[in-house]
Design a protein around this ligand. Structure first.
Ligand SMILES: *Cc1c(COP(=O)(O)O)cnc(C)c1O
Length: 395
């Protein structure tokens, strides 16, 4: 276990969560079992009473899953993690754990599309109200607080606008008002940003993205700071049932061994591309938190160690130019999702945010020529050459 020792983050990525197992394997075995035998009636009773540690049933706890959960909790600087079937399972479980009828939620406007939909449908049908704010404007967050606000829910950088919210300031607002700050840290990963250091109460991820990093798993995680919260979340997750399975947990645990290396390359590539885009005549603007003239550059410097692998930019030709570029790329793959080793490109106005309608898109800051690029770890010259030839196709 690396927890006791003060190893560097890069080393923790390789070793975190790995314990001792029968026969001495260097990676945790995949305990592909739904249930676990009791030695006798008393053993079963003790496990159910929580008087003995052990495993009962995989929805409740599984050793392969637990190894991965411990690893990510350690990387985030939290107490424990809860592996979920998807990022959305992590988000919905968190809402169910922290909110009840009559409560109020403050949420960033620039939030993952299905999170927005979840809040506006199922969560609102439960009698929980929400106010959406531009979270990069701390004053907006503050003035949205009501007597019954229980949760502030933030993505930083925001999706897909890449605006940055001040975690320290917002966690202070949350705690002054007896609310919890929940941060979706998917875009950064703990390699670049550890929100708990800045007062965040609950950190969650779509592990589908950078944590697993290989575009072959759908999974999520919640990381909490103390035992009491952990127990409450574990009970909630067990009741809702959206747990990760052992094989996916194994794959994610394998993926995070290279997290530091991958994030470093994502950042290096993305900065080169963002600077190239900035001077391209067909580009209206570029948002990348690593650009020195980005409006949120300074606040980003306070809370992340690298600006990540996501870039958004606006094509001067608007919606049509967006479609044209999508149909012209050959190396960057036209797909939603992000955070894998391969570069992916998408045009929210004609894809992820199409059904929102133009007006709602505009309120959320999603302009018609906005393109989102998830920069992979390939040789950066190949990505730039592909974008260049695609931009040459626009009139
Ligand atoms: C993808 C994503 C999610 C949802 O995760 P799934 O694993 O697809 O359920 C949530 N938040 C952010 C920021 C994401 O990018």
């Amino acid at each position: 276990m690396t927890k006791e020792k003060n190893y560097h983050f890069d080393s923790k990525c390789v070793h975190a969560g790995i314990g001792d197992y029968e026969f001495g394997p260097v990676v945790p075995p995949i305990y592909q079992t739904s249930t676990f035998k009791f030695e006798n009636a008393k053993h079963g009773a003790d496990l159910f009473k929580g008087e003995r540690e052990g495993y009962i049933y995989t929805r409740m706890l599984n050793p392969t899953v637990q190894a991965m959960e411990n690893a990510i909790a350690e990387l985030e600087g939290g107490y424990k993690g809860l592996g979920c079937a998807s990022g959305m399972a992590a988000i919905s479980t968190t809402f169910f754990a922290l909110l009840k009828s009559g409560d109020h939620l403050v949420c960033s406007k620039a939030v993952y599309g299905p999170t927005n939909t979840l809040i506006n449908t199922i969560i609102s049908q439960l009698g929980i109200t929400a106010t959406f704010v531009e979270a990069s404007q701390t004053e907006e967050v503050k003035s949205a607080i009501k007597k019954n606000t229980k949760v502030i829910y933030i993505e930083t950088p925001g999706n897909p606008t890449l605006s940055i919210a001040d975690l320290t300031a917002i966690s202070e607002i949350a705690h002054e008002n007896n609310a919890k700050l929940v941060v979706d840290n998917t875009f950064m990963s703990p390699a670049l940003q550890q929100p708990i250091q800045f007062g965040t109460d609950v950190v969650l991820h779509s592990m589908t993205k950078f944590l697993n990093g290989h575009a072959d798993v759908v999974a999520g995680i919640i990381v909490v700071k103390d035992e009491e919260t952990y127990k409450h979340f574990r009970k909630t997750l067990n009741q809702l049932g959206g747990v990760i399975d052992p094989f996916n947990a194994f794959l994610v645990h394998r993926g995070i061994k290279t997290l530091s290396l991958r994030m470093q390359r994502h950042c290096e590539n993305a900065l080169v591309i963002a600077e190239w885009l900035e001077q391209h005549p067909k580009i209206e603007w570029v948002r990348y938190p690593g650009l020195k003239n980005d409006p949120d550059y300074m606040i980003g410097q306070k809370q992340h160690t690298g600006p990540g692998g996501m870039i958004t930019f606006e094509l001067k030709g608007g919606f049509e130019a967006g479609e044209k570029v999508m149909n012209s790329v050959k190396f960057c793959q036209l797909a939603v999702s992000l955070g894998g080793v391969e570069s992916l490109i998408q045009h929210p106005a004609s894809m992820t945010h199409l059904t929102m309608g133009k007006e709602a898109r505009s309120i959320a800051g999603i302009t018609e020529g906005l393109v989102r690029l998830s920069v992979g770890i390939e040789k950066v010259d190949d990505i730039i050459a592909d974008l260049k030839q695609a931009f040459d196709q626009i009139d």
